[in-house]
Design a protein around this ligand. Structure first.
Ligand SMILES: Cc1cc2nc3c(=O)[nH]c(=O)nc-3n(C[C@H](O)[C@H](O)[C@H](O)COP(=O)(O)O)c2cc1C
Length: 386
């Protein structure tokens, strides 16, 4: 089924609008929102879009390829499915849908520790080609058990996260009393009744649960309890002492996500990591922070030869992928875009969104007269501002 494309939804914004109409408000707002006043959420896309590219119309041109290699694996395009928590709350079976689509489109899929499918299920769907994002457990035994499960399911790449030292302050989720599974308050029931397709599918597939954590987590936690559980069970505040034993025991590629400044990038290199994702969690953690394109540009310039530098946060289109790569990223990731697609189009949402993004990137590269992804930086309009 790869390469499904529905012409009614040719942009991420179209998918977002449809998603809003298809899923309960508490689920949409969890997906869509940033934190505090949403300043960085909007800056991420707006400032990325200040990046400009130069076309070369009269050059010899032999066609463009969006293929690119990352850690020795050739992917069809320089974009992957970023780890997203609670996916099944937004659309039933979302992680499985996206993992399947990623395999068909030859793109990487990263499973979050706190999503609704297990390490083993996604390992099977992706034939061991998935990535795993680890929230750092406070107990070494839990960390080692999760890593053992990843190894046994064939995962090659592990992401550790440094940008969640605290739980983000998200007014909508607080107001909605967001919970897993959803609390049956009157307001939530009204929202669910207004979304019969979501309700029916949720009924068919069962309440979403934290499948990877099932062996370790008490049942029926609401968001406040989950926050407490996460605080006790996981320590997002990462440092060298916590990274070293992971580096020692994880023989696959190790990537640090959430890097937002040069000194953390330097530390990642010193600790022997293979890659970093410059990211601000899609503007969900520090509203007063920089948009991610700014540190990306600086870090790629300074350390791009020493470590694989990637980016996420704010990307919503093929041109956005091109802007990021032209600014120095070797690879990009998207969180919300794929989830909007899945919430909008269900089983075909991942396929559609991937087809669309590839189509858009292909068009940009052909327009620029850029044959290889690696050549995109040659089209960048250099600015001193970033
Ligand atoms: C609803 C939602 C849940 C997320 N959950 C996680 C998570 O569990 N682990 C993680 O590393 N990042 C998580 N992220 C951050 C994404 O991996 C990624 O950094 C971010 O979505 C990129 O920004 P974008 O949505 O603008 O593409 C989440 C993002 C969203 C939108």
């Amino acid at each position: 089924m790869a390469n499904y494309f529905n012409g009614q939804y040719p942009s991420v914004e179209d998918l977002r609008s449809r998603a809003r109409k298809r899923i309960p408000r508490f689920a949409f707002e969890y997906l869509d929102g940033g934190c505090n006043e949403d300043v960085n959420l909007h800056k991420n896309t707006a400032e990325l879009r200040e990046v400009e590219l130069i076309p070369h119309y009269l050059r010899d041109f032999w066609g463009s390829s969006t293929k690119t290699s990352l850690f020795g694996v050739e992917y069809d395009a320089p974009v992957g499915v970023a780890p997203v928590g609670l996916q099944g709350l937004m659309w039933p079976k979302a992680p499985e849908i996206l993992a399947r689509a990623a395999v068909e489109h030859n793109l990487p899929f990263c499973l979050s520790t706190v999503t609704t499918s297990s390490i083993e299920t996604i390992g099977e769907i992706t034939e061991g080609r998935a990535w795993f994002q680890l929230y750092h457990p406070t107990e070494d035994s839990l960390r080692d058990d999760i890593l053992r499960r990843c190894r046994e399911s064939g995962y090659q790449t592990l992401i550790i996260l440094c940008d969640v030292p605290t739980f983000g302050y998200r007014p909508r989720d607080i107001r909605n009393g967001l919970a897993m599974p959803p609390k049956m308050t009157l307001s939530n029931m009204m929202q669910i009744l207004g979304r019969p397709n979501w309700a029916l599918r949720t009924l068919l597939h069962g309440q979403p649960t934290f499948k990877t954590l099932t062996p370790y987590i008490p049942k029926g936690l609401d968001m406040a309890q989950l926050g407490k559980f996460m605080d006790q069970t996981f320590s997002g505040r990462l440092n060298a002492e916590k990274i070293k034993p992971i580096r020692d025991q994880w023989k696959g590629k190790l990537v640090l996500k959430g890097v937002a400044n040069e000194s953390d990038a330097a530390e990642a290199i010193r600790l022997g990591l293979d890659g970093i994702i410059v990211s601000n969690h899609g503007g969900r953690q520090l509203d007063a922070g920089e948009s991610s394109i700014k540190p990306l540009t600086r870090i790629a310039k300074k350390y791009g030869e020493e470590i694989v530098v990637m980016q996420d946060s704010g990307l919503r289109s093929g041109p956005d992928i091109a802007r990021s790569i032209a600014s120095g990223a070797k690879f990009t990731w998207m969180g919300r875009s794929f989830m909007y697609g899945t919430a909008a189009l269900g089983d075909r949402g991942g396929d559609h969104t991937m087809t669309m993004l590839k189509k858009q990137l292909q068009q940009v590269m052909e327009q620029l007269c850029c044959e290889r992804v690696e050549d995109l930086p040659k089209h960048l309009v250099e600015k001193t501002a970033h």
